[in-house]
Every structure is written in structure tokens, then in C-alpha cells.
Design a protein around this ligand. Structure first.
Ligand code: ADP
Ligand code: MG
Length: 312
């Protein structure tokens, strides 16, 4: 019997308490005060073949982009500005130079787009899966990082963008569905996440900012982290969720449930955040619910329950 992913992380957090003044395990990034009025943000995420991508399906340039982008997304989640990345690769023998060059070209695209230079890393052989691990550094004004613990009863809950298309794209990648303009567009959403760096900074600079995180495991799972860290409950109106016409079309054509994909699918890399009552959102977003005192997550507009993706 093994702990759930989150049970394991909770044990780690208890075993390795952060030093005074430092935010350690438990948020999208660690927050380390620099002493000059700014805080350093650090996060690390890995992508491994067979779990996060299928090597014979993903275009290598997209794999490079995605590897950088999902890491930069954790800096966005804190309202920070990326400053540098470090990349470690475990490379199987049958991965040729052309494939690796394309991965690095995609990584360079993201690195340039978000002004986050690659400053180091590690390279070794792999006896199995192609594995890519990034450590990303960022910064923000001291004490201004958006934390998962920042929600208060009465806050409105928002998300940027739309939900579920990446999960639909992953379904399309794994299936034998015929390629159409629709499946191609959804697969692009899955391969090409856009870290919401500018939006995160705007939210962090906003007077009424509450909690924030990026959506990697699906809203149903991710929101529960904010609720736990903030000691609150929430109500989400499923009829208010931003679902694109493309997602609805895909679900109609292939007999899939849009709510399941939007709430449990994961890899949206949109920002989930809260604002104090009466605050005008500083970025394009959709209000989807409210934080309340106590605990629990209530789904309004449905009698179903939703949980998110967990890794094990
Ligand atoms: P995210 O989805 O934002 O990358 P995760 O769910 O992966 O966050 O991780 C949640 C928290 O647990 C983060 O603060 C992360 O740094 C920490 N964490 C996850 N795995 C480990 C580990 N093996 N050792 C130490 N901290 C970890
Ligand atoms: Mg995150």
C-alpha cells in the first residue's frame, strides 16, 4: 500500500519544515527572501515518456516548448517574473541528434518568449524513458507572491482562459481518432500550453488579490489545494465554467463529458485565483464561484461530484 501523491508530499512537508521566513514545500514555488526587497521563486517539474507524453507522437519541438512552459507556469502562479531555467535530460540510446535538436529549438522558443535564459543543467543516458526535468527561477517584490493560502471567505473564484481542451487533446493523442481540424486544434492546446506570466503579475499587483495557483491536475483537484491551504470551503457553479465551442464539439462528436474534461482532465495551465469581494479583475477571466467559511467543495448546477487527476 502506498500513500497518494498528496499524502506523500504532506509527509515530506512535515519531515522538511522550511527555515524561518522561507516558504517551502506546498506551493507552486518555494519563496526565498533575498533581503533586498525582492523574493526569489524556485520550482521544478519533470516530464517523462509514457506518463506525460508519447515519444512517437509528440513533435519534438512541441516537447521542448512544453517542458519549459509548464515550469514557467509555476512562476506565473506566484505572480512572479521568470529569471532563469536549468534543464536536466536522461536520454535513451534510440533518441537521435535530430530529435534532440528539435527539442532544444522548442525549448529555446519558450525561453526567448518569456525571457528565461537556460543557465545550466545536466545530461545523462537513460536505460528507459526519455525524461526532462527543469528547475525554474523567478522573482517578485518581497511578500507579494500569490500563495495557495491567500483565499478568504467571500472571495470570488476566477479562472483565466478556457478549461478542458488540453485534456481533450490528450484523449485525441492516445486514441485512433481520425485527424481533423478540431482534433488538431485540441492537440495543439495539449502540446503548447501558454504560461500566464503577464496575467499572474497583474493579479499579484492588484489590491484585492487572494490566492492563486496554476491548473495542472484539473480544477477539481487543484482548487482543493487552495481550500486546504486557506482553511476554507467553496461553491463552484458548473454552468459558469468557461468551456470552448471546440471542447463542446469534441465531446459531442466523440461521446465524452465536457465537465469531466474541464474539472478532472488537467494540464490546462490556466490560473485559478481569488479576489476579495468588490475587486475588479485586472485580467480577462471568468468568475466561477465563491470561497466560504468552513470546508468542503460544493458543485452548483449538478448533483455529481468531481475529483481531479492524481499521479499515483
Ligand atoms: P505543481 O503541480 O505546482 O508543480 P506539485 O503538485 O507537483 O505542484 O507539488 C506540490 C508541492 O510539493 C510543491 O511545493 C512541490 O515543490 C512539492 N513537492 C513535490 N514533490 C516533491 C519532492 N519529491 N520533494 C520535495 N518537494 C516536493
Ligand atoms: Mg503549479
Amino acid at each position: 500500500m502506498r500513500d497518494s501523491e498528496f499524502g506523500f508530499i504532506a509527509k515530506l512537508a512535515a519531515m522538511f519544515p522550511a527555515p524561518e521566513g522561507v516558504r517551502g514545500i506546498g506551493d507552486d514555488c518555494a519563496v526565498i527572501p533575498r533581503g533586498d526587497g525582492r523574493d526569489t521563486l524556485v520550482s521544478t517539474d519533470l516530464l517523462t515518456e509514457g506518463v506525460h507524453f508519447l515519444r512517437n507522437r509528440i513533435p519534438p519541438r512541441e516537447l521542448g516548448w512544453k517542458t519549459a512552459a509548464v515550469n514557467l507556469s509555476d512562476i506565473a502562479a506566484m505572480g512572479g517574473t521568470p529569471t532563469a531555467t536549468f534543464l536536466s535530460l536522461a536520454i535513451p540510446k534510440d533518441c537521435d541528434d535530430g530529435f534532440l535538436s528539435e527539442i532544444m529549438a522548442g525549448y529555446a522558443d519558450a525561453s526567448r518568449a518569456y525571457a528565461a535564459p537556460l543557465l545550466g543543467g545536466d545530461t545523462c543516458a537513460s536505460s528507459g524513458a526519455l525524461t526532462l526535468n527543469v528547475t525554474v527561477l523567478g522573482e517578485c517584490p518581497h511578500g507579494h507572491a500569490l500563495l495557495r493560502s491567500g483565499a478568504r471567505p467571500g472571495d470570488t473564484i476566477y479562472v483565466t482562459g478556457t478549461l478542458g481542451e488540453s485534456a481533450a487533446g490528450w484523449k485525441a493523442v492516445q486514441s485512433t481518432l481520425p485527424e481533423t481540424d478540431l482534433t488538431r486544434a485540441l492537440i495543439h492546446r495539449h502540446y503548447h500550453p501558454v504560461p500566464r506570466i503577464a496575467e499572474g503579475r497583474e493579479i499579484a499587483a492588484c489590491e484585492g488579490a487572494g490566492a492563486a495557483m496554476d491548473l495542472s491536475d484539473g480544477l477539481a483537484s487543484d482548487l482543493r489545494h487552495i481550500l486546504k491551504a486557506s482553511g476554507c470551503g467553496a461553491g463552484i457553479d458548473v454552468n459558469a465554467l468557461p468551456l470552448s465551442a471546440q471542447l463542446r464539439q469534441f465531446c459531442k462528436e466523440y461521446g465524452t463529458d465536457p465537465l469531466e474534461l474541464a474539472l478532472c482532465g488537467g494540464e490546462d495551465y490556466e490560473l485559478l485565483f481569488t479576489l476579495r469581494p468588490g475587486t475588479t479583475p485586472p485580467v480577462p477571466c471568468t468568475a466561477i464561484g465563491t470561497i466560504h467559511a468552513g470546508s468542503g467543495l460544493v458543485w452548483k448546477g449538478t448533483d455529481r461530484d468531481f475529483t481531479g487527476f492524481t499521479h499515483f
